[in-house]
Design a protein around this ligand. Structure first.
Ligand SMILES: *Cc1c(COP(=O)(O)O)cnc(C)c1O
Length: 254
């Protein structure tokens, strides 16, 4: 709600603020109107950070790039690579407009750390000094698949999420909790989606041994979510998930 945000910034009376905008929320992959949020910077002085953990990958596809329109106006952006780039856990990138501030905040000053620093100065850009070379698998993946390869993964995952959404919403026992905007299908029981019943369904699906979906809460309603990001996922997998979910529905009598 950009108007509510403007009112909140107004009420700060010029005190400093950080605004964290969403490019892909976890339950429903909703996007803030980044252009409209960034436009408030003409009237108010704030730092605009965008959480583009997985939503940033929408930029790879001409069909979905409009979702991240305005991302370039942010002061900082984080994108998780261990999600849709399919590289090992905990790899991520941060972009910032103020590398000087980044170094001032995370500068590690200690005599024993008097190592020669390069440009960029990797020793002083993050909270961690000792860390694995996460950049290497990322570089391999980008080199091997390139922009087109990663775009294909994104578009295939989104198409499969839509298929799953359509298939599940055809079952009278189930409803989508939100439209499938990108790669996440958030669904729940059509009748009485209490915590007990939704978790029992999640447990029954997992007990089938074929797949599992994770429980969540959306606007106070208990639901389940399936997030697509794996490079190997195919239509056959979607059918397996549909069957597993329907078997869970039958088993729990939901
Ligand atoms: C995964 C995720 C995070 C957290 O990322 P970590 O890699 O666990 O730090 C933050 N925001 C969104 C939207 C996410 O999907």
């Amino acid at each position: 709600d950009v108007d509510a945000l403007a009112a909140a910034l107004e009420s700060l009376g010029g005190r400093p603020a950080i605004v964290v905008a969403n490019a892909g929320t976890v339950n429903t992959v909703d996007f803030d109107d980044l252009r409209a949020v960034a436009a408030l910077k003409e009237r108010y002085d704030f730092w605009l950070h965008v959480d583009a953990a997985f939503g940033g990958f929408a930029a790879l596809s001409p069909a979905y790039a409009h979702l991240v329109d305005g991302l370039d106006a942010a002061d900082s952006v984080c994108v998780d690579l261990h999600k849709w780039l399919n590289v090992p856990y905990d790899a991520a990138v941060q972009f910032t407009r103020r590398q000087d501030l980044q170094v001032r905040v995370f500068h590690n000053a200690s005599p024993y750390l008097g190592l020669p620093s390069g440009e960029p100065d990797f020793l002083h850009l993050t909270p961690e000094n000792s860390r694995r070379l996460r950049a290497l698998p990322t570089w391999f993946s980008l080199t091997a698949y390139g922009r087109d390869g990663h775009r294909e993964i994104v578009e295939r995952n989104v198409a499969l999420a839509r298929t799953l959404g359509e298939r599940l919403s055809q079952a009278p026992e189930l409803v989508l909790a939100a439209p499938v905007r990108l790669n996440v299908v958030c669904f729940t029981l059509a009748e009485r989606p209490t915590r007990e019943r939704v978790h029992a369904l999640a447990d029954a699906i997992a007990a089938g041994g074929e797949t599992f979906v994770t429980p969540t809460v959306l606007h106070g309603t208990h639901a389940l979510r399936a997030a697509f990001s794996n490079w190997r996922t195919t239509e056959g997998d979607v059918e397996r998930v549909v069957e597993a979910v329907l078997a869970g529905v039958a088993k729990t009598g939901s």
